[in-house]
Design a protein. Structure first.
Ligand code: MG
Length: 305
């Protein structure tokens, strides 16, 4: 039996029909923020309530603690030089892992006020970092530590790589969360999980078009609405399809917004990323566990060896 649900013929070309979903590890309280590090052939992900970053080493599959305590990391990505970038709920900052093994702060404030709790981050080809800053890490003492929001809003920010300036680029969502660029970087997609705080907030991924300056955004509209749960983290493949976490599945949307298929997962799906030597293994963080399944797709920006 296939582990995929094919809703549109386009999805059948993106999968390996007989590939099985594997549970690679369990024991987290809330697994999030996966990033694949090609140079090390390992996957890092966050176990936010336990304040640790875990590591799966691909050569023998063993899992160990990479960092703890770590300031309650959530989302991760790699910058243009392959360095790991982290969103820290506890540290309330964006940080980067240096060659010395230390996490150094890249962004801590916006207009003189502390960030809420950065959640997810992406890197654009010009080296800028774009990150969401909802309040989940300061709402209580489970995923961080309680604090009132100094900014009083939950925005998406752009961190300029040269000046270090932090500019708000999305200010019209309730709790912006996962985000990713289209392959040509003309669009930024942002998930809104605002229903956790404001009833009736659309459970949607929103699309914004990137201005000619490569820095400003204009609202385009709702890209997709979730049929189950809230969209959290997601990734875009080379063809512009969106592989999104939501509740009981990874749901896959064509660039036109059509849901073309899904991968049911037996726990709540929080995030995912492409990994493996050929980046065709989808790593999925879901509630207490790490899962993986091979696919016939690769992340935007990937080129064959
Ligand atoms: Mg998230």
């Amino acid at each position: 039996m296939s582990d995929y649900v094919i809703l549109d013929e386009r999805f059948s070309r993106l999968i390996i029909a007989h590939a099985k979903l594997e549970r690679l590890w369990t024991g987290c309280r809330w697994a999030e923020g996966p990033v694949y590090v090609p140079a090390a052939r390992h996957l890092l992900w966050s176990d936010i309530p336990n304040d640790r970053v875990l590591r799966l080493v691909e050569d023998d599959g063993h899992v160990s603690v990479f960092a703890s305590p770590c300031g309650h990391h959530n989302g991760h990505t790699l910058d243009r030089e392959g360095r790991v970038i982290a969103c820290e709920h506890g540290g309330r900052r964006i940080s980067r892992l240096g060659a010395d093994g230390l996490w150094c702060a890249l962004a801590t404030h916006y207009q003189g006020k502390r960030l809420n709790s950065p959640n997810d981050v992406v890197v654009k080809s010009d080296g800028s970092l774009w990150f969401s800053d909802p309040t989940y890490g300061i709402d209580g003492y489970y995923e961080g530590a309680f604090a009132a929001s100094e900014i009083g809003a939950a925005n998406v920010y752009r961190l300029d790589p040269a000046s270090g300036a932090v500019e708000a680029v999305v200010t019209d969502l309730v709790r912006p969360n996962g985000l990713a660029f289209s392959p040509d970087e003309r669009k930024l997609y942002v998930a809104d999980t605002g229903e956790t705080h404001v009833a009736g907030t659309p459970r949607a991924i929103h699309a914004y078009h990137v201005g000619a300056d490569g820095q400003s955004l204009g609202r385009e509209g709702v890209f997709a609405v979730s049929e189950a749960g809230l969209f959290d983290g997601f990734r875009v493949d080379t063809a512009g399809n969106i592989w999104a976490s939501s509740a009981d599945s990874v749901r896959v949307f064509a660039p036109d917004g059509t849901m073309i298929g899904r991968i049911p997962v037996p726990e709540l799906v929080a995030n995912l990323c492409f990994g493996g030597r050929h980046r065709n293994r989808l790593y999925i963080t879901a509630q207490t566990s790490l899962y993986a399944i091979y696919v016939n797709a690769h992340p935007a920006g990937w080129r064959p060896e």
